[in-house]
Design a protein around this ligand. Sequence first.
Ligand SMILES: Nc1ncnc2c1ncn2[C@@H]1O[C@H](COP(=O)(O)OP(=O)(O)OP(=O)(O)O)[C@@H](O)[C@H]1O
Ligand SMILES: [Mg+2]
Length: 281
Amino acid sequence: MKVIEISNITKSFSDKKVLDNLNLSIEKGEILGLLGPSGAGKTTLIKILTGQIKADCGCAKLFGENCDKLSPEVYSNIGVVMDNSGLYGRLSCYDNLKLFAQVFNIDKSYINEVLDKVELVSAKKTPADKLSKGMRGRLILARAILHKPELLFLDEPTSGLDPATTGKIHELIFELKKSGTTILLTTHDMYEATKLCDNVALLNEGKIIEYGEPLSICRKHNPDNSIHILLNDGTKLSLQNSSESADEIKRYFDNNQIVSIHSSEPNLETVFISLTGRSLV
Ligand SMILES: Nc1ncnc2c1ncn2[C@@H]1O[C@H](COP(=O)(O)OP(=O)(O)OP(=O)(O)O)[C@@H](O)[C@H]1O
Ligand SMILES: [Mg+2]
């Protein structure tokens, strides 16, 4: 079942076309990574999908409903983490979530469970204004998942966070996926995209210029398809990745000569920089 369906979406600001006839769909339970250089239109697409702004033409649907006029049922089934997700600064972490729980009629006992998931239990009484950037991000994430939505929009959920906090958020994202949540994620971190996403779409100048499973994309952009070997006498070899190289590689292994052995496919970052000609940050 398609949770998100985007057909021929176009959006311009003044005379600048930001999204150009975009088509994309996301299946239930999928994590899709929307990647692309700064200004590519990722946040704009999320705003269109969540009904915050309107597309100029085309049609986007969440759970089969047009994004221009989403029903309260669909709104109560989505969670959004983005820069403009406001918190009540003077209210504590707990009270921010309590307010939200009241709106969505959620059992208050679940608030502590969610605070635990995002590791904010010890800060539950801290006002949102006094949180660090990473803690604030985690509180916004906590609020986005409090009502157990089936669809989550995460616009750069780990941007600027330390590696340990990022790792915790990755675990949480995997946990949500396991429970069937569909996730649209934007990130500039290609390692994160490779690790988390079932599929990625690379947006550049308003169009999707590459789409697919992260590792398949890397394999596809590997024209050279070779194996790089470093021997213990310092020799560097590049052999064709085919059965013809097998005997030679076996000989190096038999003689304990191999220090390292790598296939030649590029990582996602290299692929995307070469496709866009721009850095992804
Ligand atoms: N409300 C607006 N009015 C005018 N221009 C806008 C508006 N919102 C976005 N833009 C422009 O649309 C383009 C895409 O912006 P958007 O925020 O979608 O990019 P992004 O891919 O999310 O970038 P980043 O990776 O930096 O977050 C940019 O050129 C931006 O200046
Ligand atoms: Mg953005």
